[in-house]
Design a protein around this ligand. Sequence first.
Ligand code: OSB
Ligand code: MG
Length: 384
Amino acid sequence: MSRTTARARTTPKVQIRLASVEVLALDLPMITSFKTAHGTTTKKRTVIVRAEDADGTVGWGESPGMDLPIYSADTYDGNWYALTRLLVPLVAGKTFAGPAEVAAAYAGYQGYNMAKHGLECAVWAIASSKLGVPIKDLVGGVKTGIPTGESFGIKPTVKDLLAEIDQRVAQGFCRIKVKIEPGWDLDVLTQVKAAFPTLPVMADGNTGYDPHDSGPWDALDELGLLMIEQPFPGDALVELAELQSRLRTPICLDESALTFGLTRAALKLGAGRIVNIKPARLGGVTPSLAVHDWCLEHEVPVWCGGLLETGIGRGFNLAISSLPGFTLPADMSPSRLFYAEDLVEPTFDIRKDGTIAVPELPGCGFNVDERRVRKYQSETWRST
Ligand code: OSB
Ligand code: MG
């Protein structure tokens, strides 16, 4: 979490005594691989946090790291290191007045956002269970269903992509996101728009374009896309602002939005007009709420992105998406589309109206199937 803070917000006050925290490394086989300009994910390694209060209340969180530091500096190994060596040792055995106080304990540590997120979520889950109030209500959520879009990785052929879009639209997904990279962009999106003329469509460049190349931007601008997500590297804020100034299509910040302060600076510079709030990339619930609150006040639309989380991580994403500023469809495809078995049972699904229900259960929002968590566990570490 950055030290730069938004206007103070009321957060739940409930005594948390972190008696023990377990960090679990999981290997999850994927049923389909996911290709972006950053590379292909075929097997997902993720880190799960299981925190236990002195009164026996258990809270779960997820740190959805990547194998390589390409999307951001966060990796699976980095999450493991930060949780077991830095973050958990700092808070285990201590008493806190609420989740925000736990996040404040490590606010001076730079980076390791996804590790921080997993730990903070586990603590929010404890707070939620102790109070018997779902996370959605603890953060001030107002929506009961989240309009959901599907994010399509780069496919072997446009025909494959069109067939998959067709299938997802039939299932209810109300917006589609097409991953692009040089050579897989204008022609692909032109065909997608021709095949689905009324469907909201957006593109995600995942930083794969060189700002000094001319790029497909002016032609893409004619297609009436909902937005273009992160075409240039995360720190290319000046170039993003230059591109945004000549496009009608809004640019959406993803890889640039690493902290509350950086996101606000990027928006003030004009580097984008929309923010993809990924709670794990931002380092937890607290910084995500800060970005949401600032964007709401400044009329910047936001939506919730994902990092291929299991149901544990998605539960928090759904709760956060219920806040009033989330006015655009989320990347929240049901975890069962990636994993043969989700870690929560029952898992969640998209409804015919294109929304996913915001969980009403206290904790991460779903029943965690601990037997399954153990089944995929490759390594475990415990604070005491
Ligand atoms: O850029 O939004 C992205 C997955 C991994 C890394 C980056 C991204 C994504 C997605 C996944 O698009 C969306 C999801 O979790 O459903
Ligand atoms: Mg993205």
